[in-house]
Design a binder for this molecule. Sequence first.
Ligand code: MRU
Length: 354
Amino acid sequence: MTSYCSICWEDDRIRLLDQRRLPQEERYWEITDYREVIEAIRTLAIRGAPAIGVAAAMGAALGALALHAETPPEFQAKFAAICREIAAARPTAVNLFWALERMENVARDHAAEPPAAVQALLVAEAKRILKEDGTVNLRLAHADQEVIDEGAQLLTHCNTGALATGGGWGTALGVMRAAWEAGRRFSVWVDETRPLLQGARLTTWELGKIGIPYTLIPDGAAAALMAQNRVSLIMVGADRIARNGDTANKIGTYSLAVLARHHGIPFYVAAPLSTFDFTLTAGSQIPVEERAADEVTAFRGQPTAPPGAPALNLAFDVTPHELISGIITEHGIARPPYTTSLKHIRHQEIARHA
Ligand code: MRU
């Protein structure tokens, strides 16, 4: 386990580590109102696809607890409205919608029961989503026993550690941690990840705590390092993966995949099944979040561009499946052709819950 907890549920309130303040300050935010959860997701106090899912579920549970509804139908209608509000917090990470669907299913399955009973069931479901996230990511972390070689020079982008999940291990960073704890020795190039510096602020912080050696680089340095044969493997997380393996992840991931192909470097994605969107046939259907321009023209309130400079702030890009060597999931590594391998993994998941 880690010494910090990205998000947890305590006495009908949420306690989350405010990631905007890291690495300078390890401050927890106690939340009792679901509207604050929306704010935390929007402002990236909590971020990373699996962590956003857990936060959404807990936010819905908080919203349900605060509802004053006389009748079951009134409760159902008000709860659905709260879920719609939370769903609008961020558009790309599918875990948000996946978690809310689970919560809404619980409410619907018990539609005839008194509100107090449904409230208790919703809190239980949010806690279950948190717990499952931990076990799923533990399995994912140990699914790879051969991708990270002894002496590997890994490169990663954004943050995929315990911070980006409900705690415990993380996704791509969890795979690194499992390999490290199994005794393999390697090092990691960490992209700083403009504009919000999830790599510089968070991945370095987490790798440092585990004890994995890393070197922070500006995003633009990746190509030169690859040309110098100083990168042997790229591993990133995902925010949404379509049926054909096309993967949305933090802006800058696609350029890394193109560079990897040019230099003959394996490019891996690590993600739990909750990050797959099997309703989408291709990545072009994934909604890509556009965030405020001032995240590009300033950092923590300090201007980094002339006043009024126009800026475009796409938060994610989509890496085409052709550029991905493998997708590491809790059911093992999916390989191309992904339409077939992901279908197989999905069936394994369905069978597991049958
Ligand atoms: O905008 P963010 O910080 O939420 O983006 C996060 C990412 O892109 C991560 O790489 C992704 O969610 C994987 S999390 C294990």
